[in-house]
Design a protein around this ligand. Structure first.
Ligand SMILES: *Cc1c(COP(=O)(O)O)cnc(C)c1O
Length: 306
């Protein structure tokens, strides 16, 4: 049994026309729980269950925690998600709907995470949101599907939070013999921990996160993300929150899908990437999804930027 499902690769005629390129969208918003997290989290949870884990513990109130809750329900393994008191009622309710136990502790993710780690017994498995090779191997299935859905892309565009998706897509490209395919790695301004790390060539920790794209809000990317950046062709692109929201609304109209600004960022990068502007082949954008923003949130943000 796999926890994730195969997602469509949709041709975007409207984006292709606008940018004069051949643009395809890998629709991870169609995953159970609405984001690509189902892939890596599903794989990690399945492995841990097979090794005897009796409970999954997460400290993410976002898409990762939701994916752990879903995977636990599907695998018949209890889940506890520890979140800070800043987590929205809506997010807690969604995790609760998946039958996971939600524990509220502390006023920051760091405090919630500390509590989660302190709860771990030897038969528990802690599921990290981005820094775990099991996760990356699961995310890599996204590229395996591309191989069946029309073949080698000319470039892949994806968003970077802690760098788990980046590491997974790089692994997937390598294991399909596509190590030469360049990756456009996108963040929003105020959450650009990867861009800063690449520029400095060592891990950089942001003092704080100043972006509405909360799913990109890892203050430090994983060490592996920097290794990936050193070992292949990667272009780091930073877009504004306003551009990310605009791209979300455009996707909503064109493809009837609501996603977070964390995902809109990758679509917004189509107009900002040198790799895209120089490409003559097929561009694949990973529409990573996310359930943390409603259509109303998107409209409200747009009005705020105007
Ligand atoms: C988790 C997530 C990201 C960032 O992924 P990382 O693996 O942390 O880089 C981007 N977008 C959405 C919707 C996410 O859920």
């Amino acid at each position: 049994m796999t926890i994730h499902r195969q997602t469509p690769l949709a041709e975007s005629l409207s984006l292709s026309r606008q940018f004069g390129k051949d643009i395809h969208l890998k629709m991870e918003a169609a995953q159970p729980t609405g984001s690509f997290k189902a892939r890596g989290v599903g794989h990690a949870c399945t492995e841990h269950r097979n090794r005897g884990a009796r409970r999954f513990v997460s400290s993410s109130g976002g898409n990762a925690g939701l994916a752990v809750a879903y995977a636990g329900r599907r695998l018949g393994v209890p889940v506890v998600v520890v979140v800070p008191n800043t987590t929205s009622e809506r997010a807690k309710a969604m995790i609760g709907l998946e039958q996971a136990e939600v524990v509220v502790h502390g006023s920051s993710w760091a405090e919630a995470n500390e509590r989660a780690l302190s709860m771990l017994s030897p038969t528990d498995a802690f599921i990290h949101p981005f820094d775990d090779p099991l996760l990356w191997t699961g995310h890599a299935t996204l590229v395996d599907e591309l191989a069946e859905q029309g073949g080698k892309p000319d470039a892949v565009i994806l968003s970077v939070g802690g760098g788990g998706l980046l590491c997974g897509v790089a692994e997937g490209l390598d294991r399909n013999g596509w190590g030469d395919v360049p990756i456009v790695a996108v963040e929003t301004r105020g959450a650009e921990s990867f861009a800063r790390a690449v520029a400095a060539d060592h891990p950089v920790t942001l003092a704080g996160i100043d972006s509405i794209a909360t799913s990109l809000g890892a203050k430090t990317v994983c060490v592996r993300a920097l290794e990936v950046a050193r070992s292949r062709r990667i272009e780091s692109v930073v877009v504004s929150d306003a551009e990310a929201v605009e791209a979300c609304l455009r996707l909503m109209d064109d493809h009837r899908v609501v996603v977070e600004p964390a995902c809109g960022a990758s679509l917004a990068a189509l107009g900002r990437s040198r790799i895209v502007s120089e490409s003559s082949g097929r561009i694949v954008v990973v529409v990573c999804g996310g359930v943390g923003a409603s259509a109303e949130d998107l409209f409200r943000w747009r009005a705020g930027f105007a």
